[in-house]
Write a new protein. Structure first.
Lengths: 267, 87
């Protein structure tokens, strides 16, 4: 077993990095693969609450790096998925407590025993970002279809290319298909034309994400959630499967389907 | 009022296409670190250099940034002034 290291980053904060890391980790683990998620956002840890593991933390990433515990002691096993682990960030330290070479060393220690190492990057382009991308084999840039998130994604993609870690792969999160149809939100094609990178996923805005996160459960375990389905598709694409992209802008719902059916019958 | 009428009759461009156009120009400048001011200076230098060799109309010179995928290029459009030949 040689784990692939996937870093999820974005530049701008609040676009869904932590949600994506937790859900991709869960989707891969649900598929029977061994996964470690690492929260690299030292000082502002959040992956633990999103995964619902906040009450089990004894040691953290900085403890493991500084040798206060063995790496295994800093790994928390998920409640539902026995193949999923979390290494939480330290809350009382800052980004300078860990260096890019620490992250490379830590990942090489984990690689032989796991299939995937998922790293949740902090926002920004400073030390924390460099820590998160240093060990990466694959970098996923996550953005939202709005001007500031797309602009920051472009900066990050440029930095990833400059570090020779590219090409980055893009996930567009929080798409509102109704607004895209009305011409009031950038479409997937618009964002792809602007950023000119490979698309690996598109995730619709979905209230189930908020509900699952409130409960500390991954939304991928909710079979009805559209966002959950989108994250499962991204996990399959990471595994090399060719999963077609759905047309999110197509109208759905009973009345729209009825209208389309009537139009089709009439012609 | 006219904004309202424009919206009513669908003459105002959709907000998504405005976002896209604005992003196009912002990204070009972000990627190259060339601000509009630097491009203006560059244009002046190009006009001086070319004028040493051929006659051009400085007011007709256009410099713009364009990009193809993630590659940037600078495009200069320099119309030559037609020279009346003397015999």
């Amino acid at each position: 077993m040689t784990a692939k290291v996937v870093t999820v980053t974005s530049g701008k904060g609040g676009v869904g990095k932590t949600t994506a890391t937790a859900n991709l980790g869960a989707a891969l683990a649900e598929n029977g693969q061994k996964v470690v998620c690492i929260d690299a956002d030292i000082g502002l840890r959040n992956l633990d609450v999103v995964m619902g593991l906040e009450n089990r933390i004894v040691y953290d990433l900085v403890d493991a790096v500084e040798g206060r515990c063995r790496l295994r002691q800093a790994m928390i096993r998920d409640k539902r998925l026995p193949e999923l682990y979390l290494i939480p960030a330290a809350q009382t330290r800052d980004k300078s407590a860990v260096s890019p070479s620490d992250m490379i060393r830590l990942c090489s220690e984990l690689r032989p025993d796991y299939d995937w190492i998922m790293i949740d990057s902090p926002a920004g382009i400073e030390r924390g970002f460099r820590n998160a991308v240093a060990p990466a084999d694959i970098i996923i840039v996550i953005t939202n279809p709005d001007v500031s998130a797309v602009r920051d994604a472009d900066r990050i993609i440029g930095l990833i290319e400059a570090e020779e870690k590219g090409p980055a792969r893009l996930v567009i999160n929080r798409i509102k298909p109704g607004m895209v149809r009305k011409g009031d939100m950038l479409s997937v094609d618009d964002v792809l034309e602007l950023l000119a990178v490979e698309l690996v996923g598109m995730v619709p805005e979905d209230e189930n994400v908020i509900q699952s996160t409130n409960r500390g459960l991954p939304v991928v375990l909710d079979g009805k959630s559209k966002a959950g389905q989108a994250f499962r598709s991204i996990a399959r694409r990471l595994n090399g499967e060719k999963v077609p992209f759905p047309n999110l802008e197509e109208e759905s719902g009973f009345f729209n389907r009825l209208a389309r059916w009537l139009r089709a019958e009439g012609s | 009022m006219s904004a309202f009428l424009n919206r009513l009759f669908g003459r105002e461009p959709k907000s998504a296409s405005q976002a896209k156009e604005r992003l196009k120009s912002v990204l070009v400048h972000d990627r190259t670190d060339l601000s509009p001011g630097v491009i203006a200076d560059l244009k002046d230098d190009i006009i001086v250099a070319i004028s040493r060799h051929v006659e051009i109309d400085p007011t007709a010179v256009k410099i713009k940034m364009s990009y193809d995928g993630r590659e940037q290029r600078l495009i200069a459009d320099i119309p030559l002034r037609s020279v009346r030949r003397r015999y």
